[in-house]
Design a protein around this ligand. Structure first.
Ligand code: NOJ
Ligand code: CA
Length: 726
């Protein structure tokens, strides 16, 4: 095969020199079930391409692959390249790695394994694909680039591989040129591209409409830094006009910048747009190396899309030998009262922490609103322990909050010194005696260097007091200036923090970090990320219903989210004077414990608010956060999701759903239930419930059911439901 392909592709290139480039098929493969077909092509100017079909229906038309690399620098160019002025990049020499290729060989293989995640939506996952490795070089240049394709029943993945033994082993990326030429003008659910945040609300529109809608989406999120007016983020969920669901994302983002997608609306084509580093280039790589996977997931139904496990399967197996210390965790937090404005992280406003560690807080005048004080924390410990929670998060326990976010200060937190009214030893002792652990909080205020300086002592302090989970955070612009939350440098930082934490047997939940790409398979101590608009935005102006019916298609494609559900008191004005309103119902909040899968689930409201509805709170107490089986029953992106799951430990089935602003009714066959009769405890929105006007109206009923029955459920505007089968 090798020789023939090589001769053919050289001949093709020579023949094509004079004419307009055209494509010739090089090779191809089908998915294990034979339904998906992909082809590898080479244009007459030596550009590699791929295409994807499902049962002869086009999904991706021939789409080009490759890179533009920075050319070889002269010594005089070096300072210029480091001056951080991205707009000057184009004057640098460029080395094409997107055309002029010949195919050396193609190699086929198959893979089929079933593996068991440490925690997850199911206790075992099948990883089954056919593989095609396209080996290429640019004749006369000693440049080699391979593309590895994997075709699953659920979609296509590809990544670039740069083998050793080529002239420029060290490469600086100017642009990655991976293209996805969609076969039609798909409907897409998107958020605007941004190098720092994915805390946005979604818009649903055809690809061709994105450019005209982007300015509004940007205006609605005016506090954000967006990159340009034609890019969106992944995971991008789409629906083709023929009804197929197609999702573009990436898997195993390691030592590489995060990918967004530029939208060519006229041709409904998408092209990778990498996040630059401080020098304006899009990443540095050193052979032998490979990029993350670019994935095109395909599903016949929205429910099947939610069960797609390609992202996890494309990540390496678990790298940790001992995982016995990693566990699913249900927690409460001294948190929502600060987010909603009823309390504060800082201890005093009297002075700024001019010199970290030297400021004498003991002599400062506290303003009296500091939530992480001994008495308040004990109240939460009591309630969390009484109700069977595993952990209690406490934010604002450590000095530095007087001048944290957006002060652009390198040294803000030391992550080890508590405020004077937080007795770290006594509180941990108190909690442990009651059978729960405290959860650590490390807000870095986006100074990763400062975090890395203190990391060893911070994790050691956690070990000393018996903390085994940390919520980290990256609020504000990244210091050093010029780096972004999604640049290669930061991508490396987040993983460094997870690996260091593993050495200390610490689980990590990173907020504001780059959106996940399935790395939790390799490092299962990465138990959560925020990396999307979470419940906190209900207190920052409110979130439109429907948001939680799109997140499982997009944000959760890469891994679990610390969405922090469980708000029972929606009228914040009445509680703490905050003008925002939580646009959900109590049953809508209960449904989230099923629809927003995470091994780390919070009950985010306060003990007082739960005390008013202990009957509904019972569901949060009962619901597990680790599952042996999950069945997505019905769904439509940004409209509604219904899922049933079986608890890994208790072996019981649970079911939940959420809806957007439209009240919906369903008749759900209970065929997932085992034999015999079951008592269904149904938590449903009352007929009068509504996420804006009557949020706390619910009904709890019980019913005897069997697997042959159908359960009728109704969800109110912005509401949901939850069922526990006993
Ligand atoms: C933003 C996080 O999302 C939120 O949960 C946290 O309380 C604040 N940052 C402070 O770190
Ligand atoms: Ca956040």
């Amino acid at each position: 095969m090798k020789r023939i392909v090589y001769i053919l592709s050289v001949a093709l290139m020579l023949a094509g020199c004079a004419a307009k480039p055209h494509s010739e098929r090089v090779d191809g493969m089908t998915s294990p079930d034979g339904k998906l077909q992909m082809e590898v092509l080479l244009t007459s100017d030596g550009t590699p391409q791929y295409s994807l079909k499902r049962e002869d229906t086009d999904i991706i038309l021939p789409s080009s692959l490759g890179f533009e690399m920075r050319g070889v620098l002269k010594s005089t160019d070096v300072d210029f390249a480091r001056d951080g002025k991205a707009h000057k990049i184009d004057t640098k020499p460029v080395r094409s790695m997107h055309d002029g290729f010949v195919v050396v060989s193609t190699e086929h293989s198959s893979f089929d394994e079933t593996w068991e995640p440490v925690w997850g939506e199911e206790s075992s996952i099948r990883n089954h694909y056919n593989e095609l490795l396209l080996v290429m070089e640019q004749p006369g240049k000693n440049t080699k680039m391979n593309v590895r394709f994997r075709l699953f029943d659920e979609g296509l993945a590809l990544r670039y591989e740069f083998p050793d033994g080529q002239e420029d082993g060290y490469m600086v990326i100017k642009d990655e040129l991976t293209t996805f030429n969609m076969a039609d003008d798909c409907f897409a659910w998107w958020i605007v591209a941004d190098y720092d945040s994915q805390e946005y609300e979604y818009t649903g529109s055809y690809l061709s409409e994105i450019p005209q809608l982007l300015p509004d989406a940007i205006r609605d999120n005016s506090s954000r830094t967006y990159i340009d007016n034609s890019s969106v983020q992944t995971s991008l969920q789409m629906k083709m006009r023929n009804g197929l669901y197609v999702n573009i994302h990436e898997a195993a983002l390691v030592d590489y910048p995060c990918m967004h997608l530029n939208v060519d609306a006229k041709n409904h084509s998408l092209k990778s747009a990498l996040t630059p580093g401080a020098d304006g280039w899009k990443g540095q790589i050193q052979t032998p190396c490979h990029t993350p996977w670019r994935t095109v997931q395909v599903a016949e139904t929205a429910a099947a899309q939610l069960a797609n496990r390609m992202t996890l399967n494309l990540n390496d197996p678990c790298a940790l030998e001992d995982v016995s210390w990693i566990h699913p965790t249900k927690y409460m937090g001294v948190w929502w009262e600060m987010i909603a404005g009823a309390g504060s992280w800082d201890y005093t406003r009297d002075f700024q922490t001019v010199k970290l560690g030297e400021t004498d807080y003991a002599h400062a005048t506290p303003h009296g609103r500091h939530s992480a004080n001994n008495e308040n924390v004990r109240k939460y410990i009591d309630f969390a322990a009484e109700n069977g929670f595993d952990q209690l998060l406490i934010e604002g326990w450590n000095i530095g909050w007087e001048d944290w976010a957006n002060c652009n200060k390198d040294y803000v937190f030391d992550f080890v010194t508590p405020y004077p009214d937080f007795d770290i030893a006594a509180l941990n002792d108190y909690a442990h005696k009651k059978g729960i652990k405290l959860m650590m909080h490390h807000e870095t205020s986006s100074s990763p260097r400062n975090y890395e300086r203190h990391m060893e002592q911070a994790y050691t302090l956690m070990n000393k007091y018996g903390y085994d989970a940390v919520k980290s955070g990256y609020v504000g612009n990244i210091l050093p200036e010029g780096q972004y939350h999604y640049s290669q440098w930061m991508v490396n930082h987040y993983l460094y923090a997870v690996k260091e934490a593993a050495k200390h047997h610490i689980m990590v939940n990173g907020h504001e970090a780059v959106r996940p790409t399935g790395l939790c398979r390799t490092y299962p101590n990465l138990v959560g990320n925020e990396s999307a608009m979470g419940t906190e935005y209900q207190a920052f102006g409110g979130i439109k219903p429907g948001h939680t019916a799109i997140l499982p298609f997009t944000r959760l494609n890469g891994g679990p989210m610390d969405y922090t559900p469980g708000i029972f008191h929606m009228n914040l004005k009445e509680w703490c004077g905050n003008d925002s309103h939580v646009n959900s119902t109590i049953c809508g909040q209960l449904g989230l414990y099923l629809t927003m899968y995470s091994p780390l689930q919070m009950a985010a409201d306060t003990p007082e608010h739960y005390a008013e509805h202990m009957d509904a709170f019972q569901f949060i107490k009962d619901v597990p956060c680790d599952w042996s089986e999950s069945r997505y029953i019905d769904a439509e992106p940004m409209d509604y999701i219904i899922v049933a799951r079986k608890g890994k430990k208790d072996g019981k089935w649970y079911m939940g759903g959420v809806t957007d602003e439209i009240a919906r009714e369903f008749d759900i066959p209970l065929d997932f239930l085992g034999e015999g009769t079951h008592t269904a405890v149904i938590y449903a929105d009352a007929p009068s419930a509504d996420c804006y006007t009557n949020e706390q109206a619910y009904e709890i009923t019980t019913k005897t059911v069997t697997s042959g029955d159908t359960l009728h459920v109704r969800m109110a505007c912005g509401g949901g439901f939850a069922v526990e089968f006993k």
